[in-house]
Each structure stands twice: as C-alpha cells, then as structure tokens.
Design a protein around this ligand. Structure first.
Ligand code: TRH
Length: 358
C-alpha cells in the first residue's frame, strides 16, 4: 500500500558548483508544491542550497543533511515510496537494504544528466535490477525529445514572467533604465580563457549609441559598476540571486551567457538569445553534447561558430555574432514554445512513478 501523500526521498551529492543542488531543489519543490508529495532532500553539502534558496527552511521540502554515519539498521518507516538518486550518487547501503524490506518496493530512479544526444531516448526508463536484492532501479533521463524525461519547468513560470517588472529589477540593482539600442548581457560562466578577449571586443564594439551593460551575478556583494572611458561599456557585479530571481535576470537581458545544466535550461525558457558554456568533461566528451544540442536547435547553424569558440574551439567573432542577434530572437521564442508544449520533467516523473506504485 502506498502512503498518501506519496513520500519521496531525493539524494544529492554536491560534486561541485551549484548545478547538483540546483536541479535537485527545483525538482523537489515541484514534486512537493505542484504534486502534493511529501519530499525530503538529503544533501551532503547544504552550502550551495543556502545561496540558491536562502529561505529553504520555510518549505515546501524538508532538507536533511547526510549524517556522518547512518543508523544501522535503517528503519523501514524511514524509507519512501519513491527514491531518487541524483546523478548516480551512491545511496547509503543501509537505506538500500531497508528499501528491500518494505511491503512494496519503492520506485527507485537514477535522475541522469541532461544531454541532447541521440542515445538518450533509447536509455530513458531502462531498468537495472539490483544484483542481490528484489529491487529495480530505473534510469530517468531529462531531455528535449518527447520520448525522454523532459525538462524542469514550473507550472507558474508564465504567470511569474507576466507579473515581472524589468524596470523595478533594474532599479533594485542600480542598472540604468533600458534605452532603445542598449544591449544588456548576463554573464554566468566557468573560468574561460576567452573572457578577456570578449571583454575587449565588447569595449571596442560599444558606442554611446549602442552601449553594452554586462550583469555578472555571483559576487558575494554588489560592487560599483566599472565603465570604459566613454561609459558605453559597463560591468555590473550582482550578488548571487536566489533561484527564482535568477530567472528575472535572464528576462531582463537581451543576451544570456549560461553554463552547466540548470542555467542552460532556464535560458531556453527565457527565450532570449543565449550562449552556453558546457561543463567540461574528460577527453572532450562534452564536445559531442554541445554539437548534439546545436544540431537539434533551430538556430544551431547561426550559433555554432560563436558557441564553439566560447567553448575553446576557434576564434570569437563578437561583431559577427552581434550582427546575428536580432535574427535569433524568433527561433529562440519558437524553441521555447515547442519545448513548453511538451510535458515537463516533474509531471513525467510523477506519471512514471504512479504507474509503478499501483
Ligand atoms: O553551477 P553549475 O556549473 O553546476 C553544475 C555543476 O558543475 C555540476 O557538477 C554539473 O554536473 C552540472 O553543472 C551540469 O551550473 P548550472 O547547472 O547552471 O547550475 C547553476 C545553478 O545556480 C542554477 O540552478 C541557476 C542557479 N543560479 C542562481 O540561482 N542564482 C544566480 O545568481 C546564478 C548565477 C545561478
């Protein structure tokens, strides 16, 4: 018998940065807030979560820090109907033993990384029986195609966007009001050897008639804006914003530089031109992922040269990319519309679990 509401444990190991915690928190909030599940998020390092969701103690998810040592044996009542291990993080062995002692085995999912590669659709939902215990783990792959696990997108996304005031956001962070030809850019990236070159290109390209303002989130404190002598190029440091407010930054900008996984998805929902710095992997495994996304995106051919250069292949040509920006607006909006019309990841995951919990 499954409990009502459905209980779900999500396990997250923070490998680095914000993405592991960011994805888990977003999913956990949707399962609890939109689907009424009782969700616990087990996280080994709560530091990134404090920045992503400073008010996380207010709910709707119960956050638990992985204990140094787990009680042995783990009580059956302390397991859940649905168990999600994020990005193949190893579950505590005692917890797994206890999962097998439940009257009905939990639905056990490994939430995988996002990739646009072809093989993802074939691997989504595959079973992996436990070698010893009567348990089956399923692979749950996020993805862009209809036969994948979909993408995280909150039900109230459009409502929040409609209620958003760009002028209030600019005012709050001391960014001058938008003039017609001013280009506002958000910049969230890994250490990138191409950045100094890009900064120089921006400073050279900007004029008083077409100024560039770069908004760089992630500084611990907002610092005064830095400008070139004519004031046509300025760099504004913004604090690290809570997750929902990061969307507001993306909505404010004409062009967004994003990275990793979750900010990359948010830039697509924001439907503005964007540049992705992919998470670098050993033996350049990330190159195939980058190319796979460029292949499926309707503006892929126009984006390819600049994106590849931003990811270490080729030379950045800012004037050329800047000239393509207005033509990128329509395909970005079309792409967001196409993806938003598909079922979202949390909804698909709930459906998947309910079918197996009957
Ligand atoms: O931080 P990331 O690089 O995270 C990850 C990790 O490197 C991880 O190990 C890897 O597996 C994964 O990428 C692919 O980038 P990402 O995924 O974009 O996560 C950043 C999160 O931080 C995202 O949820 C958006 C959020 N964010 C804010 O909430 N406020 C901010 O001001 C900024 C800049 C980001």
């Amino acid at each position: 018998m499954i409990s009502k509401p459905i209980q779900c444990d999500i396990f997250c190991v923070v490998v680095d940065n914000y993405g592991d915690a960011g994805v888990c928190w977003r999913l956990a909030c949707q399962l609890a807030g939109e689907h009424g599940w009782r969700v616990r998020l087990w996280i080994d390092d709560p530091a990134p979560l404090r920045q992503l969701a400073p008010d996380h103690a207010a709910g709707p998810v119960e956050v638990r820090v992985w204990p140094e040592s787990w009680p042995h044996p783990w009580p059956v009542a302390e397991t859940a109907d649905v168990v999600i291990e994020a990005f193949a993080c190893p579950l505590p062995p005692d917890y797994v033993e206890t999962m097998a002692r439940r009257a009905q085995a939990p639905v056990w999912l490994n939430l995988e990384y996002l990739s646009a590669e072809d093989w993802v659709a074939g691997c989504h939902a595959l079973r992996s029986p436990h070698p010893r215990l009567p348990l089956v783990k399923h692979f749950f792959f996020p993805g862009f195609g209809e036969t994948t696990g979909g993408l995280l997108r909150e039900r109230n996304y459009d409502e929040r966007l409609t209620a958003f005031s760009e002028s209030s956001f600019r005012n709050e962070f001391g960014i001058p009001p938008k003039a017609e030809d001013d280009l506002t850019i958000s910049l969230f990236s890994y250490t990138n050897p191409a950045l100094p070159e890009l900064m120089r290109a921006w400073a050279a390209w900007a004029t008083p008639q077409r100024p560039i303002r770069v908004l760089r989130p992630g500084s611990m404190e907002a610092a005064p804006a830095r400008e070139n002598p004519t004031g046509s190029f300025s760099l504004h440091s913004l604090p690290f914003l809570p997750q929902a407010r990061y969307d507001e930054l993306l909505w404010t900008c004409d062009l967004n530089f994003v990275r990793g996984e979750d900010s990359f998805v948010r830039a697509q929902w924001a439907a503005k031109p964007f540049v992705w710095q992919i998470y670098p992997q050993a033996e350049n495994a990330h190159r195939a992922k980058l190319d796979a996304f460029l292949y499926i995106h309707p503006a892929g051919p126009q984006l390819a040269a600049f994106w590849q250069a931003w990811n270490g292949q080729g030379t950045l040509d800012w004037p050329d990319f800047a000239a393509s920006l207005s033509g990128l607006k329509a395909p970005m909006r079309q792409w967001a519309k196409t993806l938003a019309a598909r079922p979202d990841l949390a909804g698909k995951l709930v459906q998947f679990c309910l079918e197996r919990l009957k």
